[in-house]
Design a protein around this ligand. Structure first.
Ligand code: GLN
Length: 304
């Protein structure tokens, strides 16, 4: 089996299908992107790197960053983190408020917005220079030196962030946010605004396929057990109320973002990133899902 040939052929087929997705419009700046952009990049633990289409282009990674903020908070706080956020699938949309009231302000998992806001609060409380320290954490994970926040996207989301503001204030009323909600929201928007390419993303996420160590420098980021747990959370919660469907179709731990990116990890084998901006009704890339489904079916490289 030649992985490159399969990536290329699944890419060509997926490019040709009718895209039933729609660009995210609730963050105005995310509409300023070419809806026909489509890129894929795979990085394997035995050092294969291969990309097709727009795999060099940077895009807004949005909720994909929640995996990375979680990895950093987990490395700082260890198991105490789970007093603040649970590890159960929510079965609700990424920005849902409904479960918080009955569950006393403890979010179901770190990948829905409520959980990611709590993780952001943990980072704010534990870092001296949160923005710089987080960027340094990513740069240590990555081979690339050009990862940056986008001020434009941060400002665009902040202007319309009524729902996240509601979530953050609601969490604060349950004493599950220690910092000023405005500071938590600002840092959360900043992290979501980070721009990366498929190539940078698949290389960066390799540490989750490599037992918690970066492949290029062999530096340990999180423990093996923490790695197992983050992969488990991506498997069960990475796609909100489409997590079951993603497991069913693709069969890999993964995480999506409303910028149209998806990253998926096969422990011990590879990380793959796909980007196609139009989203399905659950807020996940339409073509990204289709590509990954056919890719893992053809290669039989899913965890199931
Ligand atoms: N920044 C976005 C939000 O909070 C992230 C959502 C996503 O990518 N699913 O709404």
């Amino acid at each position: 089996m030649d992985i490159k040939e399969i990536v290329q052929s699944v890419f060509d087929r997926t490019k040709g299908i009718e895209d039933k997705g729609k660009l995210a419009s609730y963050i105005p700046e995310l509409k300023n992107v070419d809806p026909d952009s489509f890129g894929v990049h795979i990085s394997t633990t035995n050092h294969l790197n291969f990309g097709v289409g727009n795999y060099h282009d940077k895009f807004s990674i949005q909720s994909i960053v929640k995996v990375l903020s979680l990895a950093m908070a987990y490395s700082l706080l260890g198991e105490d983190l789970w007093h603040r956020v649970k590890v159960e699938p929510s079965g609700t949309a990424f920005n849902s408020l409904v479960q918080l009231e009955v569950e006393n302000g403890i979010p179901r998992n770190p990948f829905i917005n409520a959980g990611a806001l709590v993780v952001t609060d943990v980072l704010l409380s534990n870092l001296n220079n949160p923005q710089q320290d987080f960027l340094d954490f990513l740069k240590n994970l990555s081979k690339s030196n050009s990862i940056a926040y986008s001020n434009k996207i941060t400002a665009s989301e902040k202007k319309v962030g009524y729902r996240n503001a509601a979530l953050c204030n609601f969490l604060k009323s349950f004493h599950n946010i220690d910092n000023d909600p405005t500071d938590v929201l600002d840092f959360y928007y900043k992290m979501c605004s980070i721009e990366m390419s498929c190539e940078e993303l698949s290389q960066l996420f390799l540490f989750l396929a490599n037992g918690g160590c970066t492949l290029h420098k062999n530096s340990r980021i999180i423990t093996r057990s923490q790695t197992k747990r983050i992969n488990a959370l991506m498997q069960t919660c990475g796609f909100y109320d489409e997590s079951g469907d993603f497991a069913f179709r693709v069969g890999l731990p993964g995480k999506s973002g409303v910028g149209g990116g998806i990253v998926a990890v096969h422990p011990k084998e590879y990380a793959i990133a796909v980007w196609s901006p139009p989203l399905n009704q659950k807020g996940n890339s339409y073509k990204g899902m289709r590509f990954l489904e056919e890719f893992t079916t053809r290669t039989e490289l899913s965890i199931f």
